[in-house]
Design a binder for this molecule. Structure first.
Ligand code: ADP
Length: 458
């Protein structure tokens, strides 16, 4: 089976990373939510038990017998509880109106202990006390106890006081330590609720993960789109470059093969052959130089030798340098605004290349008798450089593509004139590197204007 290409592989990896991150967040949020809900339930339970214990304590306070021991008086106060000295009957009866639910052995248990922590009375079915419970008498104290059937109980114990009113009149009632009250609340409901919530959280997280998986796949596709476009562009560029390199190389090899098969008879034929080889060699060398320049311009290495460069100076030099080409093409070349002081912070050799590419194109695509204008002007903190010709013009459709690598409106003409099809893409890359903008305005048959806007130094 064929392995997926680098792009699907990267998309898969990106989607997996997205899913991993979203999964961790979702799972963390689910666990947090679960913990919060359980905490809230637990607090509600604690409040309930605390209130119940307080109410019971207040109800029992005036009724408790003097001594904290199993006695008929105590049995009379708490008829629903079993005294440790007696066999424990069932079912339990009511203790008081507050204790209706407290005597429900399924949900609650009650225990009375003397001040030393020795059990005096308990509700029927209450779990037996652990030996360490005695040693760890704390007031008030929370603990979790296990019932006979394995049920868990939340236990709360508080000090129990007895109200005592002295006989002589006018004396205030006294609060005397009597013992302890332990009240246990079954955790069966809470445990069932925890189980239910746990599974609900797991199910929701798994479902959310499934949706997140689909969303991750879609998002990774979205994120990969520009990369995919760049990758395709790169692929196209490599194919185009190979194609462009192959043609002159094939021509060159054909000439050499012909020479080997049938060496030229005279010096003129030999000279022609050498000229052909030289021409193809030059074409190849130009192409490779342009490709290397483009690669350098695309790279992220620090711009070489950035310095303030005078656009006027560059324009004057290039007007002079291209005047011969203009004369050969019978095109008039003029410079306007050559006196304007425009200094750009950049790489001089690149700025030379920018202007020269535009000027040579203008000369190349302007028929004899035409005119090429190189115009410099200033607008605030920007300098304008325009190359206008009265040449063949560019169709609106081609205007969209002329800055693409290897694009030519007329490939035959471009090649004949030694063009590599990379001139304008090099211009665009240089403009980009100098934080400028380039635009073209053209009309077929009337000519074109290439305008470059560059930020000025200082
Ligand atoms: P080339 O090496 O073909 O000149 P460029 O990248 O410099 O490559 O230009 C791309 C294409 O843009 C050219 O093939 C030509 O069709 C068009 N072009 C560029 N400059 C002009 C111009 N001044 N007038 C008309 N067409 C132009």
């Amino acid at each position: 089976m064929a392995k997926p290409g680098p792009i699907p592989r990267s998309r898969l990896r990106l989607a997996a990373v997205y899913l991993g991150v979203i999964g961790v967040i979702l799972y963390g949020a689910g666990l947090g939510m679960f913990g919060l809900l359980m905490r809230a339930n637990w607090s509600a339970l604690e409040r309930e038990v605390e209130t119940l214990a307080g109410t019971l304590h207040d109800s029992l306070k005036p009724l408790l017998p003097e001594e904290a021991r199993p006695s008929p008086q105590l049995a009379a106060v708490l008829p629903g509880l079993c005294l440790v000295s007696d066999p424990c009957p069932s079912p339990p009866s009511l203790i008081s109106r507050h204790a209706v639910s407290v005597t429900d052995p399924e949900r609650f248990y009650l225990r009375l202990l003397d001040p030393r922590g020795v059990l005096i009375a308990h509700s029927p079915g209450s779990p037996s006390r652990s030996p360490r419970a005695k040693a760890e008498r704390l007031d008030p104290a929370w603990s979790v106890e296990e019932g006979p059937g394995g049920d868990r109980f939340l236990q709360y114990s508080i000090h129990l006081h007895r109200s005592h009113t002295p006989n002589h009149s006018g004396a205030n009632a006294l609060e005397l330590d009597w013992g302890y009250l332990e009240i246990g609340r079954s955790l069966r409901g809470l445990d069932a609720e925890r189980e239910r919530l746990w599974w609900a959280t797991q199910t929701i997280v798994v479902l959310a993960l499934l949706v997140a998986g689909l969303a991750s796949w879609w998002l990774s596709g979205l994120a990969m789109r520009p990369l995919l476009a760049a990758y395709r562009q790169q692929e196209q560029f490599t194919a185009d470059a190979a194609h462009e390199l192959r043609a002159p190389l094939a021509n060159l090899l054909a000439v050499v093969e012909a020479h080997r098969a049938q060496p030229p008879a005279d010096a003129v034929a030999r000279e022609q052959m050498l000229a052909a080889v030289h021409g193809q060699g030059l074409r190849l060398s130009r192409l490779i130089a342009d490709l290397l320049l483009l690669a350098r311009l695309d790279g992220h290495e620090a711009a070489a030798a950035v310095q303030p460069c005078s656009l006027a100076e560059i324009a004057h030099d290039l007007q002079e340098e291209t005047s011969e080409a203009a004369a050969t093409a019978q095109v008039q070349l003029r410079l306007l605004g050559g006196e304007v002081d425009l200094h750009v912070l950049g790489v001089e050799s690149e700025l030379y290349r920018l202007v020269s590419n535009l000027l040579l194109n203008a000369i190349q695509y302007t028929p004899p008798g035409g005119e090429v204008l190189l115009r410099l002007s200033r607008e605030g903190t920007y300098g304008w450089l325009q190359v206008q010709d009265s040449g063949i013009g560019i169709t609106p459709a081609d205007q969209e593509r002329i800055f693409d690598r290897f694009f030519r409106s007329d490939p035959g003409r471009s090649r004949r004139q030694g063009g590599t099809g990379l001139g304008l893409s090099i211009v665009a890359a240089i403009v980009r590197r100098h934080h400028g903008q380039i635009s073209v305005d053209s009309k077929v048959g009337s000519g074109s204007v290439f305008s470059v806007k560059l930020p000025l130094a200082g």
